[in-house]
Design a protein around this ligand. Structure first.
Ligand code: FES
Length: 133
């Protein structure tokens, strides 16, 4: 069975292949909804799309093993690459995606096929080199 390591929380869990990352995090007791650099985390934990791929609040960085996941879904591409209004407006996923194009995913849309390492709630670097490059 694939192993998922949540690096910030220092938790590791084994899940059956094909499990979505959101379910794996919930099983491990990991909060995916970190808000805007930690701000709004409690609200996000309640007000999210509950795995429909619409809100973007479950964004994670797959720091190792991205090849052990499914390819990026249409909903992720829309959410990360276009700052267009979606049913639940949230421009933050687009900002977080900059500089993390190869590793940023929505946990609810990510299927685990092999071992991965995950950084939950990756920070948004508004004033760093990635944002203005
Ligand atoms: S829970 Fe809303 S996009 Fe994943």
């Amino acid at each position: 069975m694939p192993t998922v390591k949540f690096t910030k929380e220092k938790k590791e869990i084994e899940v059956p292949a094909g499990t979505d990352l959101r379910s794996a995090a919930q099983k491990a007791g990991v909060n995916l909804y970190d808000g805007f650099n930690g701000f709004g985390a409690k609200l996000n934990a309640i007000f999210n799309c509950h795995g429909l791929g619409l809100c973007g609040t479950c964004r994670v960085n797959i720091t190792q093993g991205i090849e052990n996941t499914n390819s990026m879904t249409f909903r992720e591409k829309v959410k990360f690459r276009t700052p267009l209004p979606t049913p639940i407006p949230d421009p933050l996923p687009c900002l977080a995606y900059i500089g993390n194009e190869d590793s940023m995913r929505l946990a609810c849309m990510t299927r685990i096929e092999g071992d991965i390492e995950v950084e939950t709630g990756p920070p948004i670097d508004l004033f760093g080199t990635n944002f203005f490059s």
